[in-house]
Structure formats: C-alpha cells, structure tokens
Design a protein around this ligand. Sequence first.
Ligand code: PGA
Length: 249
Amino acid sequence: MRTVRIFDSPAQVAGAVADRLGELLAANPRPVITFPTGSTMLPVYDEIVSRSKDGRLDLRGVQVIQLDEYAGVDDQTAASFRAWLHEHLLDPAGITEFHTLPAHDPTPPALAAYEDGIRARGGVDLAILGIGGNGHIAFNEPGSPADSRTRVVDLDRRTRQANERYWTNADAFVPTRAVTQGIGTILEARSILLIATGAEKADILHEALNGPVTEHVPASLIRSHPHAEVLADAAAGRHHDVEDDRISA
Ligand code: PGA
C-alpha cells in the first residue's frame, strides 16, 4: 500500500468500485470476492446491480465468500448479514455461489472447513471491506491479533449500538457474539479495497491511514498489504491532504 483515492461523492466511490469489478471480471469471469455489509455499501451495490441489469457487468460467475456474521443466526434470521447480502447484492445481481460462515454452529472443525473452502477456491482475489467507527474490519474489533483466523468474537458495545437499527423487535436484541474472518485470513486476499464514506468515518480513517499500524485500529493493518487501496468520499477523506491522488469529478 499506499493508494488512497478521494472522490467528491459516495456515488463516485460506487462507480469506482463497479469499475474495479469490471476490470477483475474482464481478466477472470470466476473471481473470488468478499463483499461487506453496512450502509456504506448500499450505493455501491445499487450501482453494481444497475450495471448488472443493463448488461455492463456480468457477475453470475462471481464466487462470494462471506466476511462476517452474527453468531447463532440461521437462514431465517432477517437481520443476518447473509440475508442482507442476498437482498442487496446477490439476488438482484444473479450471483448464486456464496460460501457462508458456519454462523449457526461455529465449532472449530466447522470454522476450519470454512477456511478450507476459501483455499479450495484458490483464495480470495479481492477483499472489499468497510471500516467501523472503532476501526474494525469485518468483525475484528480493536485488539484483534494481526494473525487471527476465522473465529467467534465478542462484539464491542459501539458495534452493537451501530447495528441496533437492523434488529427489529421481531428479532429482539443484537447478538453479543459474531463469527468473522480473521485479520490474517483477510490479509491473504490478493488485493484489498477498503471503502469509507461520510463525515463520521473521517477521524477513524485518518487514524487508520496516518496513525501507527496497530491492532488497536484493525483497519491500519491493511497498510502492511502490498495491494491495498482505500476509496473514500470527500467527507470521510477530509483529513487526507495528498492532493495528487485526489480524483476530481
Ligand atoms: P457501515 O458499517 O457501512 O454501516 O458504517 C461499516 C462497518 O462496520 O464495517
């Protein structure tokens, strides 16, 4: 690393992610990709789905690897990340291959089998990531070891508060535990694309990019990856002062 691209708007970030997928698909129609959940990704997935509907992107060969999930959920849990991803990306884009985490019963053998499934597909070509307000990537909260593997974790209070909006009264409380790819697992991807939009991400993004590379800010650990790129809008990237990589509209 270090490529940081700042765009004027979230819509332009979405366009850049869709362009990147187009390049990947032109080189390999069966890429292995992790897609995150979260509100940051909604305009991105809208753009990808719209390009898939009008024929500019053919995502049907994409092999999706799940990045994180609440522990204990199953296919019927409306607030699960897998349901969210089906609704916003997989189903409208016609993607059928989805290697999911063993969230319902995350025993050590099931977690190992999940990682074996990634290797069996040849590893991840592109890990798309969001960044939490506390600097988490996937559900690797601050303090997660840089070499961590897919495992069960406790969610931090801030993450649970941020996700409360997805848990309606029918689903009761936000779970306290989750299953996540480890940081070591994520860093094995051949390339990484971290997406951040909105003013509320500005401080943590700055810390991740300009502070120490530390397990206290998990997103900072992507700086040790040789092919990591950050795409941010002007609001999230407002502390970023390198003018020469600013993309103007
Ligand atoms: P958000 O979530 O896009 O809803 O802000 C990002 C994350 O927590 O990784």
